[in-house]
Design a protein around this ligand. Structure first.
Ligand code: FES
Ligand code: FE2
Length: 339
C-alpha cells in the first residue's frame, strides 16, 4: 500500500501519560529510558521519589544515565557536571569556582508519577489524568504484573491487538478463544471524549489445565463478560467476569518507544486464587503475548493507518474503527477526520 496519510502524532502524544518502566525497576541508580524517541534518565531519591530528566548532558551530549547519583544529584560520567533533580546544573568542576554555572546549563525535567506499579511520564502537561482502577489499589486484590512485552511494532498496533476480538480463536486457540466458535458477537462502542467504552459477552476457551488462570465455573462452552474502557492513546482497562463472583481486571498500557518499537505492560487484579503463584498467570500472559508478537510485528505499515480509507473494516471491527476515528478527533493522529 501507499504510505498512510494518518499516523500517530508524536508531538501531540508528548502531552499524555505513558508508562516507561515497572516502578520497582527504578531504584537509586540512574536508568536509561526512552519515550517517543526521547532519551530519558530516571532514578529515585532517598525518599523513594522518582525523577526523570533528559538523558543528554547539555555540555557534550553524553548520556547522564551512564553517570551516578551523588547527594541527590546526577553526575555526568564525562566531565562530572552535577545536575539537581529539577534539571539545573549546580556544579562545573572545571571552573575555578565550580558554582558559577551559567543559567543555560540545564537539562529538561519531565513530570513522572508512580501508579499501579508503573512509572508514568508525560513529556508535556498531560491533557488527561490516568484512568481510575481502584481494584489494583485495593489491598484485598490479588495483583500480578506481566511484561514488559517489547515488540518491533508501533504502540498503536500493540494496542489494537489487545482489543481485537476476531483473532482470539485463530492466534490463541484453546487459551483465549474457541476455534469452533469464531463468530464475533454484536457490540457497539460508546465514544466519550478520549475514552471508548464497549462490552461484549464472548465465547471463552474451555478450561486449560496448563493455565488455570480464569474464573469460569461453567466448563462447557463457557462465556466471558468483558467491559472495556479504552483510554486514548494506548491504555486499556478491561473488567471480566464469568457470570459468577469471580472478577478480574486488566490494565494494559503500551509505551511508544519509537515508531517501530513499543513495550506493553500488564497489571492484573483478581478477587480469587490468592494462593496461586504469580508465575502461573505470568507464564500465561507470556504465551499469549508471544503468539501475538509474531503476527503484529509482521503488520505493514508498522503504525496503525488512522485514515478509515486504509485497510478494510468489517462490522466486527467496530472498536478499531472507533479508535481510529477518536485518535484523529482528539488530535493524536495526523490528518483531518474523514467522514
Ligand atoms: S559531557 Fe557531560 S559534563 Fe561534559
Ligand atoms: Fe492476542
Amino acid at each position: 500500500m501507499n504510505a498512510p496519510t494518518a499516523i500517530p502524532d508524536a508531538e501531540a502524544l508528548r502531552a499524555c501519560w505513558h508508562p516507561v518502566a515497572f516502578a520497582d525497576s527504578i531504584g537509586s541508580e540512574p536508568v536509561a529510558l526512552k519515550l517517543l524517541d526521547e532519551p530519558l534518565v530516571g532514578w529515585r531519591d532517598g525518599d523513594g521519589v522518582p525523577h526523570v530528566l533528559s538523558d543528554l548532558c547539555i555540555h557534550r551530549g553524553t548520556a547522564l544515565s551512564l553517570g551516578r547519583i551523588v547527594d541527590g544529584q546526577i553526575v555526568c560520567p564525562y566531565h562530572g557536571w552535577h545536575y539537581a533533580a529539577d534539571g539545573a546544573c549546580t556544579r562545573i568542576p572545571q571552573l575555578s569556582d565550580p558554582t558559577r554555572v551559567p543559567a543555560k546549563a540545564r537539562v529538561a525535567r519531565f513530570a513522572c508519577q508512580d501508579r499501579y506499579g508503573l512509572l508514568w511520564v508525560a513529556l508535556e502537561d498531560a491533557r488527561w489524568p490516568l484512568p481510575e482502577v481502584g481494584e489494583i489499589e485495593d489491598p484485598a486484590s490479588n495483583v500480578v504484573t506481566a511484561g514488559p512485552y517489547r515488540w518491533n511494532a508501533d504502540a498503536s498496533r500493540q494496542l489494537e491487538n489487545f482489543t481485537d476480538f476476531g483473532h482470539f480463536p485463530w492466534v490463541h486457540p484453546g487459551l483465549l478463544g474457541d476455534p469452533s466458535r469464531p463468530v464475533v458477537p454484536e457490540h457497539t462502542v460508546d465514544t466519550d471524549g478520549h475514552v471508548l467504552r464497549y462490552e461484549v459477552v464472548r465465547p471463552e476457551a474451555p478450561p486449560n489445565d496448563d493455565f488455570p488462570v480464569f474464573g469460569n465455573e461453567v466448563t462447557v462452552e463457557p462465556e466471558r463478560h468483558n467491559r472495556y474502557q479504552l483510554h486514548l492513546h494506548y491504555t486499556i482497562v478491561l473488567r471480566i467476569d464469568w457470570g459468577g463472583e469471580r472478577r478480574m481486571v486488566y490494565l494494559f498500557a503500551s509505551q511508544p518507544i519509537s515508531p517501530e518499537r513499543c513495550a506493553g505492560y500488564v497489571v492484573m487484579a483478581r478477587n480469587y486464587d490468592h494462593d496461586q503463584p504469580p508465575s502461573v498467570l505470568q507464564e500465561f500472559e507470556d504465551t499469549i503475548f508471544n503468539q501475538d508478537q509474531v503476527v503484529v510485528e509482521s503488520q505493514r505499515p508498522e503504525q496503525v493507518p488512522f485514515d478509515l480509507a486504509d485497510e478494510l473494516h468489517m462490522k466486527f471491527d467496530a472498536v478499531a474503527v472507533a479508535y481510529r476515528r477518536a485518535m484523529r478527533t482528539q488530535g493524536l493522529a495526523t490528518g483531518a477526520v474523514s467522514a
